[in-house]
Design a protein around this ligand. Structure first.
Ligand SMILES: Nc1ncnc2c1ncn2[C@@H]1O[C@H](COP(=O)(O)OP(=O)(O)OP(=O)(O)O)[C@@H](O)[C@H]1O
Length: 364
């Protein structure tokens, strides 16, 4: 029966800090204590996982997700509190713990295999299969220091997935090499996930966590600020992102954009307001994208919102830039500019004049 228990665990890192700064919280990262020269990456964490639990770790950059995985893996001992586990633990992180760059790929397979709890006999039995999977050919007998980063990733991934863990710790931002290997790696990862008794996965994709996890922890500056069923937590996190973006704060809109694109990538339809916020951010980056302006206008309309004249003008200008022959739009532009003289800023009027000048010579 696999089990993982975390009781009042802290992880603090000693760091050397420039003097003369005030301690405090930045938007990202753990809490910095200037007096003690410490960064608190995790603060007083407690939870218990049992057979069948699938835990997702959510949170901003530097919230403590990777540190938590490393704490659970035993890479970092807790500076206070304790971790106890029953069952073999395996990790899929970007860096393979224990990889020795002076050893050959084959030697690393042996030492890392032992490190993962396999016996020499088990390693020997799996050796060919792992080498086949890694597709490193003769490089397997050359020192790892001459490997490309993609080859290193192949080796690390093949070692890490050679054991079938009861407790699987996964960093979703995992690099899995080139496209062909990435596909194979994803299949392998899904097999491991299905067969593991306990899964802990850190991810920035709430859509992924909602689909894969039963429970989530939301971390903020090293603390657990919410703990609950994945779907509930993801829904309330999405609501908080939408709420934050309502203030038009640039970071809020950016987060909304990331969330909306992630949902779309995973085949989910983002809520209209989230999509609208995401488009607002995207249009600051690509202000001439006609397709995006059209989608923005239709998302506003679908929400029953009015479309401000300057937004319609921007959309028409972007379409005309690609297709200046659209007489209907040129007429519509003239009409809006005439009717909404006070609502449209001089900058947009200048763009419209320029577009009119460029299209003046075109036949009607
Ligand atoms: N080895 C280290 N030494 C000092 N500080 C560290 C170390 N590892 C992590 N930290 C700090 O701990 C905090 C948590 O980092 P962590 O990598 O766990 O965050 P994360 O949630 O995984 O972030 P991201 O989403 O950006 O990957 C950060 O403030 C980071 O600077």
């Amino acid at each position: 029966m696999a089990r993982l228990t975390v009781e009042g665990a802290w992880v603090e890192f000693r760091v050397s800090l420039a003097r003369g700064r005030r301690a405090g919280l930045s938007r990202t990262g753990g809490q910095i204590d200037l007096e003690r020269g410490m960064v608190t990456a995790l603060r007083d964490i407690s939870f218990e996982l049992r057979e069948g639990d699938r835990l997702g770790l959510m949170g901003h950059n530097g919230a403590g997700k990777s540190t938590m995985l490393r704490l659970l893996a035993g890479v970092y001992p807790p500076t206070r509190g304790r971790i106890t586990s029953i069952g073999t633990i395996s990790t899929l992180f970007n860096a393979t713990p224990g990889l020795n760059i002076d050893g050959t790929g084959r030697e690393n397979l042996i030492t890392c295999g032992l490190h993962l709890g396999l016996t020499r006999r088990q390693i020997a039995a799996k050796m060919d299969e792992i080498i086949d999977f890694a597709e490193l050919g003769d490089y397997i007998d050359l020192p790892v220091r001459i490997y490309s980063s993609g080859m290193m990733t192949r080796l690390g991934f093949s070692i890490a997935t050679a054991v079938e863990p009861e407790i699987l710790l996964l960093d979703e931002g995992l690099a899995t090499g080139d496209a062909q290997f990435a596909q194979k790696a994803e299949r392998k990862m899904n097999e491991l996930i299905t067969r593991s008794s306990i899964l802990v996965i850190a991810s920035h994709s709430e859509a992924l966590l909602a689909s894969m996890c039963t429970r989530c922890l939301l971390l903020e500056h090293g603390r657990v600020i919410s703990d609950g069923p994945a779907e509930t937590l993801v829904a309330s996190y999405r609501a908080s992102v939408i709420e934050a973006a309502r203030t038009d704060d640039l970071n809020g809109l950016k987060r909304a954009y990331e969330m909306a694109t992630d949902m779309a990538r995973r085949g989910e339809r983002p809520p209209l307001e989230l999509e609208e916020q995401g488009l607002r951010h995207a249009l600051t980056i690509a202000p001439d994208d006609a397709g995006m302006w059209q989608r923005y206008v239709s998302v506003l309309t679908m929400q029953g919102r009015s479309v401000a004249p300057q937004i319609e003008v921007r959309m028409i200008l972007a379409i005309l830039a690609n297709d200046p022959s659209r007489l209907d739009l040129r007429n519509r532009l003239d009409a809006i500019l005439a009717a909404s003289a006070d609502d449209i800023g001089e900058d947009i009027r200048a763009l419209a004049r320029e577009a009119a000048r460029q299209t003046a010579s075109l036949p009607n």
